[in-house]
Ligand binder design. Structure first.
Ligand SMILES: [Zn+2]
Length: 410
């Protein structure tokens, strides 16, 4: 057992704790003790009489400490950018129309297939470091820009290497069913994914599918999930994003850990999520970036007892942001969530979407000591002075993360 580091003089310490309402516990003037990378204890600051007994004492100068953000839905391994497509969309061409013309996801697929494993690794590692500098301390990463066996495996191998290299929790998801590859038949491609599933078992913790009009159907989701379940994959689904297809209800019925997007989810879907204990992953950055108007029924979800999670959806087409602070403030203003509700969703809720809420996300005793020391003494400033980066330092397992020198470089 190693020594204890003492972070003292914390003006506000925020913990995310589902046993409280609205999921946030606020402690004032306290000290956080960290041992072996985990939260050891939280004391009143007045109880710290001297530095004796501690390996290190860090003065937090009365500022606020919040749990590290958990980004539970990203597509951050990719090659190429889609700025031209952004301009096209801003000129009025709808997202799904661009996809139909062979753009959108398929554009990124072509670039990702061309990229070497090292190129993908270097680009994704830079992105993750920028995200960590902005306060994210745990990630979920999906494949889905390969759409063939080799490239999907290449993406997930990169994911495993990122986890080892950056020493942060990374949950990997196989998303072969992200889109139908150019020139291929949907049913034949789905058949191929199902056939290859066992080969992904050691590479990915979960399976995902984009269930949407002109992409994959509810019946496809059911077929894939039944097979994936037999092999022990966690189930996640992109559902009810641009239209209501019924994928959310079906995914929840099959025991999905999370249903993601949900702009068009109906009350019946919400009941199904509640009955199954499925977490609702909301991504307001996508709505903002695509200029959408439809918002998920977030308050019906909360009232029904469904856990809300927040994520960036970080991807080159529909939401190229790295910043969970932005996502939290968007959720607060677009969905009318209180800062407490938004913060609980982006920490505890997102960890629950990854089945990891016991290990991290709450800054509770015995959990990983992943947290952010803010530049302010009131965490609500993140929501009030929106658009500014309020993270002064990110701590991963109690150790200060060295932010990249030039975070503006891609
Ligand atoms: Zn996504």
């Amino acid at each position: 057992m190693s020594g204890i580091d003492c972070f003292r003089n914390i003006g506000q310490l925020v913990q995310a704790d589902a046993s409280t309402q609205p999921g946030i516990r606020l402690r004032k003037n306290c000290a956080l003790l960290v041992q072996d990378g985990r939260v050891h204890k939280i004391l009143k600051d007045s109880e710290i009489k001297s530095s004796k007994g501690y390996t290190k004492v860090i003065d937090c100068e009365g500022r606020a400490v919040v749990p590290g953000f958990v980004d539970c839905h990203t597509h951050l391994i990719y090659a190429g950018e889609r700025k031209d497509e952004m301009v096209e969309r801003m000129s009025g061409v709808p997202y799904l129309e661009i996809l139909e013309k062979g753009g959108g996801i398929l554009n990124t697929v072509r670039a990702t297939r061309r990229a070497t494993e090292n190129e993908l690794f270097d680009a994704a590692r830079k992105r993750m470091k920028r995200m960590m500098a902005l306060g994210t301390t745990a990630f979920e990463i999906k494949s889905g820009y390969g759409l063939n066996l080799n490239c999907e495996m290449k993406m997930l191998t990169v994911g495993k290497k990122l986890r080892a290299s950056l020493k942060v929790p990374v949950t990997l998801t196989y998303l072969g069913a992200h889109a139908v590859p150019e020139g291929e038949d949907r049913e034949a491609y789905l058949e191929e994914i199902i056939e290859h599933l066992p080969r992904f078992r050691t590479l990915a913790d979960g399976i995902d599918i984009f269930c949407e009009k002109d992409v994959f159907t509810v019946a496809d989701l059911r077929r894939l999930f039944l097979q994936a379940k037999l092999l022990g994959f966690n189930l996640r689904a992109h559902v009810e994003e641009f239209s209501h297809q019924g994928g959310c209800f079906e995914a929840a019925k099959l025991g999905a850990l999370s249903c993601d997007h949900l702009e068009h989810a109906a009350p019946r879907d919400i009941q199904a999520m509640h009955a199954a204990g499925t977490t609702a992953v909301l991504m307001p950055g996508v709505t903002l970036f695509l200029g959408g108007e439809k918002h998920p029924l977030s308050h019906s979800m909360l009232d029904a007892g469904v856990t809300l999670a927040l994520a960036t959806d970080c991807n080159p087409g529909s939401c190229p942001t790295y910043n969970m602070q932005t996502v939290l403030t968007l959720a607060a203003s677009m969905y009318r969530l209180t800062p407490e509700q938004a913060l609980a969703a982006g920490t505890y809720g997102s960890a629950k979407a990854l089945d990891a809420e016991k290990d991290y996300g709450g800054l509770l005793p015995k959990q990983r000591a992943d947290f952010n020391l803010l530049k302010t003494n009131d965490y609500r400033d993140m929501f009030y002075y929106f658009g500014e980066n309020f993270v002064d330092a990110t701590y991963i397992a109690g150790k200060k993360f060295r932010a990249p020198k030039d975070p503006a470089t891609q």
